[in-house]
Design a protein around this ligand. Structure first.
Ligand SMILES: C[S@@+](CC[C@H](N)C(=O)[O-])C[C@H]1O[C@@H](n2cnc3c(N)ncnc32)[C@H](O)[C@@H]1O
Length: 235
């Protein structure tokens, strides 16, 4: 299993939290990062992005955990979700690039375990990025709600077509990208609109096509599009 990570890879997750979860994060609490990998650098970045909160990084692999403790002695790093049973006031759990190595059922179980830890109204973000973090897609599950939102982000550095998101969809959706499914319907409709609105600049094509798509349907939230985010409410 690849466990590499790098600075900035999960910046879109952190920015989404800062921008869209202000009410939840207005009170200090605990934020958990599940599966930081070979280095806790993205856990340190999460802590820097949310300085009022206590961030706990989890890593199942003991050798990685010990190495990360030496690299970031000021971070609270522990082995697994079991280590959180006594922790109260968990407001957010981030699970990034962990699901790829798991089955769909195992990801579902991990998300349910994480949702059981968070406060009412708390969120669990579960999803994937490309290696550099230029393209991201994650489910935002809110405690107490039956279905998640799908949050998509790109900065345009890898070019843009709506199908770019196919490779980073959360584990639960990736195999659903086939005709007749809601996620295929979303990406197909977006691709049609994109063909009509594309320009030579990928980031501009992304924004213009997402705005045009949002005018056609009421399940897209483009309030944070200026920062590269589209949220789909019926995912
Ligand atoms: C590919 S790395 C992801 C690194 C980082 N989050 C990123 O996005 O770049 C996945 C890591 O998750 C860890 N992991 C998998 N399941 C876990 C669990 N239930 N609790 C803690 N760590 C877990 C693995 O050991 C692995 O190091």
């Amino acid at each position: 299993m690849r466990a590499r990570t790098r600075p900035g890879r999960l910046a879109a997750f952190d920015r989404w939290l800062s921008r869209s979860e202000q009410p939840l994060l207005a009170q200090p609490g605990v934020v958990v990062d599940v599966g930081f990998g070979v280095s806790a650098v993205t856990t340190a970045e999460l802590a820097a992005a949310l300085p009022a909160h206590h961030v706990v990084g989890l890593e199942a692999d003991v050798a990685r955990l010990e190495a990360a403790r030496r690299e970031f002695p000021s971070l609270d790093l522990r082995q697994g979700l079991d280590a959180l049973r006594e922790v109260r006031n968990v407001r957010v759990v981030r699970i990034a690039n962990v699901g790829r190595a798991l089955t769909k059922d195992d990801v579902g179980a991990l998300v349910r375990e994480a949702l059981a830890l968070v406060v009412p109204g708390g969120v669990v973000l579960e999803g994937t990025t490309d290696v550099e973090g230029h393209v991201s897609a994650f489910h935002a599950w809110r405690h107490g709600e039956a279905t998640p939102r799908l949050v998509l982000h790109t900065d345009g550095a890898r070019g843009f077509s709506p199908w770019l998101f196919r490779d980073v969809l959360p584990r639960a959706l990736r195999r659903d990208v086939r005709p007749g499914t809601p996620v295929h319907g979303l990406l197909s409709a977006w691709a049609e609109v994109w063909e009509l609105n594309r320009t030579a600049a990928p980031a501009e094509s992304y924004v213009r096509s997402a705005e045009a798509l949002a005018r056609q349907r009421d399940d897209l939230d483009v309030r944070h599009l200026a920062e590269g985010f589209v949220a789909w409410r019926s995912a």
